[in-house]
Design a protein around this ligand. Structure first.
Ligand SMILES: [Fe+2]
Length: 188
């Protein structure tokens, strides 16, 4: 019989009353300054100051984030949020966000018929074939929030339609226990 040693702590939630919240979110997002640098194969407001939707987002995600904290058994807070928009031909190379904590992706403009969710790479090889484990979260649609460990490598395949694909990403940093906090202070 199977005797799993680890479970992979990833989580999926649906935002309620999505159409209403989507309008509020897009109204705010569309006022933001999106930037595309030579190094970026997508546009983002990550470097833009004063993002007005972050407060709005944190209020309507409050219940979901409470549920996540209970399920993940952490106390954590959203440190920042940023929007990434992919137009035809855009993609994002494989990356992760940091070595600890969790990262969320809220799918804001997403058509499952023509868009793909981010693809995630397991932190270990498939022991049967010694190959890379790649997988997509299932049942992703607009209003879905997917949360995974921040160290999980992930990428976005090229968008090959004119419909934009828009997500909001954010990091959730768990509070560390006192002995860990003391260690960080002492080491810094
Ligand atoms: Fe990412």
């Amino acid at each position: 019989m199977k005797a799993p040693l680890f479970e992979y702590p990833s989580f999926l939630y649906e935002v309620s009353d999505w159409e209403f919240k989507k309008k509020g979110l897009l109204n705010r997002i569309n006022k933001q300054k999106f930037i595309r640098t030579e190094l970026q194969t997508f546009e983002t407001d990550r470097q833009t100051a004063g993002k007005t939707y972050v407060n709005y987002l944190s209020v309507f995600l409050e219940d979901i984030l409470d549920e996540f904290c209970q399920e993940a058994r952490v106390t954590c807070s959203m440190t920042d949020a940023w929007c990434v928009r992919y137009h035809k031909g855009d993609h994002q190379d494989i990356h992760n966000h940091r070595g600890w904590g969790f990262s969320g992706v809220l799918y804001v403009e997403f058509d499952p018929q023509v868009h793909k969710p981010a693809c995630y790479m397991a932190p270990w090889q498939d022991p049967r074939s010694d190959t890379t484990y790649l997988t997509y979260p299932q049942n992703i649609k607009e209003g879905t929030l997917f949360i995974s460990p921040s160290f999980t490598h992930h990428y976005v395949s090229p968008v090959n339609v004119r419909k934009p694909r828009t997500v909001i990403s954010f990091d959730l940093l768990p509070s560390l226990s006192t002995h860990q906090t003391e260690r960080i202070v002492n080491e810094s």
